[in-house]
Design a protein. Structure first.
Length: 140
């Protein structure tokens, strides 16, 4: 039997710039220290659901000194808000921020979460990304 050799899969990354102004939910976020090309950094390890686009990305690392504390600072298993770009300091990139979502946006996110997110008795959170993007079910 011949075993087929193929090309690497495309990376399935959440691109913040493509979702500027969108209502985004971060599922089961927790802080994670990571070594990057720029040195040590804190990231929010989580699944991401864009409620505006009805798309999702499992197992992401979200960076940003202003964004990570907003995502990981909540005791709730799903954190939702509007992804916005702040003002850049001279010579720096503009920071990504998470603004509060309004009541209608939160209701939309809640309905989507009720449809695709389940918390098991063990406490693990399961997201059915198939119903959003066609990617496999992911457990956190």
């Amino acid at each position: 039997m011949t075993i087929k050799v193929g090309q690497p899969a495309e990376l399935n990354r959440f691109d913040k710039a493509s979702h500027k102004g969108h209502v985004v939910a971060f599922v089961d976020p927790h802080p994670e220290q990571m070594e990057t090309a720029f040195g040590d950094a804190e990231a929010a390890a989580c699944g991401v659901i864009c409620a505006t686009c009805n798309q999702g990305w499992p197992d992401q690392r979200i960076f940003g000194a202003a964004l990570v504390p907003r995502i990981c600072g909540s005791p709730d298993p799903v954190v939702a808000g509007v992804l916005v770009e702040g003002e850049a300091k001279p010579g720096r990139n503009a920071p990504w921020l998470l603004d509060d979502a309004d009541a209608d946006d939160l209701a939309d996110v809640q309905a989507l979460v009720d449809k695709v997110v389940t918390q098991l008795a063990s406490g693990r959170i399961v997201v059915d990304f198939d119903s959003l993007t066609g990617s496999a079910q992911e457990q956190f």
